[in-house]
Design a binder for this molecule. Sequence first.
Ligand code: IMP
Length: 449
Amino acid sequence: MTVTIVGSQLGDEGKGALVDRWGGDADVIVRYQGGDNAGHTVVQDGDEYKLSLVPSGAVRDKIGVLGNGCVVNPRTLFEEIDGLRDRGLEPDVRVAKRAHAILPYHRVLDGIEEEAKSDSDLDAGTTGRGIGPTYEDKAGRRGIRIGDLLDPAVLRDRLEYVVPQKRALAEELYGLDLEESDHADAFDVDALAEEYADYGDRLADGMAINCSRFLYARRQDGDRIMFEGAQGTSIDIDHGIYPYVTSSNPTAGGAAVGSGVGPTVVGQGEVVGIVKAYLSRVGTGPLPTELDTNDREEELADFIREKGGEFGTVTGRPRRIGWLDMPMLRHASRISGFTGIAVNHVDVLAGLDELKVCHAYELDGEQLEVMPATTEEWDRCEPVFREFDPWPELDSEAIARTGYDALPKGTQAYLEYVSKEVNAPIYAVGVGPGREETIELTNPFSTNA
Ligand code: IMP
C-alpha cells in the first residue's frame, strides 16, 4: 500500500514530523517533486540532521528515492550524502534517471530573474535554488536529465546546445557582465562537462534508477511506499496562487506523475493532508488572513513567529503569519482527495487572548467558501472570521502520552471544526516540536486502504 503526505497550505506545515513518524512503517520513501528548496530537520538518536534534498527516511535506514518529478542539484545531493557519511550513516539514496538536473546557471538565472520581476511585483520570493529555471528547461525540452550525466558525450552535446542560450540570456537580456562577475564558471561548458560527468560516475554506481520500474518491483515484493510531498497546495504550479508559486505539483496527483507509479495505486492508498493550525508564508503574494494590519496584529504575529520558530529552513527568512484559512484548506482537500489530516502546531496557539479562523471570504458582495481561481480575486477577498475559545498552555508531553481526550475542549472544538470542513478525519495532532509530541489517532499504514 502507499501513503502520500501532502502540504495543505503554503509549505512548512510540519510534514517532516509525520513523514518521520509514519515513514518508520514504510520501506521506501519517495520524493516526487521539488528539489533542494525543501528544508527538513531530522533528529535521530539525539543527533540533528538538516537536509534540503535527500528524503529524511534515508537517515533512518530506509531507501530514499528522488523521483522523476524532482529537480536534482548533484552538488547538494552529494554534499548531503557525504555529510551523512561523515557522521557515520550509510544513506541509501536512489535518483530517477528521468529527473532533471539543476545546473549552476539555473541558480544564477533564478536570482537575476527574481530581481527583474520585482520591478513589477511578480517576484515569488524564491529560495534561489534554481528550481523555476530548471523546470522551465524541462518544459522547454532543453533540460539535462540525471540519465544524461551518465554518458559524457550526451552530457557535452546537451551543454553545448543550452549553455550559449543561457549565456545570451544572462548577458544580453539581463545585462550581466559574466566575465566580471563571480558566475563565469556557471556558464563554462568545459568546466560543467567535467564536474557533472564526475557526478554521473557516482550516480552510475547503483544510485541512478528507472524509478517507475524500481518502485513497481518493490511493490511486487510487498514493500510499503510513502510519497513525501514537499512545499504545499497553495504554492502548486497549477492549483496555487500563481505566479507566487513553486514550479512543481506538491498535490497528490504529482505523486503518480512524479514517480511513475499509477494514479490508481496512489489513489487506492492513503492521502494525508498536513495542516498547520495557523498560516505561515515565506514568499511574496497576497495573504488575506495575514496578521499585519495594525500594531496589535503585528505583535501577535511576532509572538506566533517566535513561539513557532517561523523562520525559513532553507533561507532563514522570517515567515509572514496569518490566521487559519478554511477556503484554502477546502481547496487542498478537494484537489488531493484527503483521506485524513494531521494538524500541527496547536501548542503555538495556546495562551492567546483571541483566536480566529477565516471560515469564508467576501468578494464583490458575495460569500465564498472556496478559493477563487485567480490570484487577483484572492487578493481582493476579505476574510469572514469565526471566533474560537482560546486554550491555555499545553503540557505537550503529558498530552501526547495520554491522547486526544487530554486536549482542552477548546482545542478539540477547533480540530473538529477543521476536520468537518475538509471532510476528512484527524489522523494526528502535533502538540509540540519534539518527536514524541504528536497524538496519533490513526496510522495511515494500518488502515488497509
Ligand atoms: P522556489 O521553489 O525556490 O522556486 O520558490 C517559489 C516559491 O515557493 C517562493 O514563494 C518560495 O518561498 C516558496 N517555497 C519553495 N519551497 C518552499 C518550502 O519548502 N516551504 C515554503 N515555501 C517554499
